[in-house]
Unconditional design. Structure first.
Length: 84
């Protein structure tokens, strides 16, 4: 999830309710940053994503670091789902 205003947050919340992996890149601002902070504050509710909190926090890196982390975590998640 990158940036966004209003509708992006609603989409993100729906994804979480459906237990879909959500990777909000904080440095892009807007709804992505709000959801990133929300998810960190309530981390125990999102353990089902299969990521450690340390891995998730990589999405808070500045610049392209957060985007690179999102790509890596999405690929990791995909491999884990295919292996199940």
């Amino acid at each position: 999830m990158l940036g966004g205003l209003g509708g992006t947050r609603k989409t993100g919340e729906k994804a979480l309710q459906a237990r879909k992996l959500l990777l909000p890149v904080s440095d892009t601002g807007g709804d992505a940053k709000e959801l990133y902070i929300h998810m960190l504050r309530k981390w125990n509710e999102f353990e089902w994503m299969g990521l450690s909190q340390k891995e998730f926090q990589r999405l808070g890196r500045p610049g392209t670091g957060g985007i690179d982390a999102a790509i890596e975590l999405a690929l990791k998640s995909r491999v884990a789902r295919e292996g199940s």
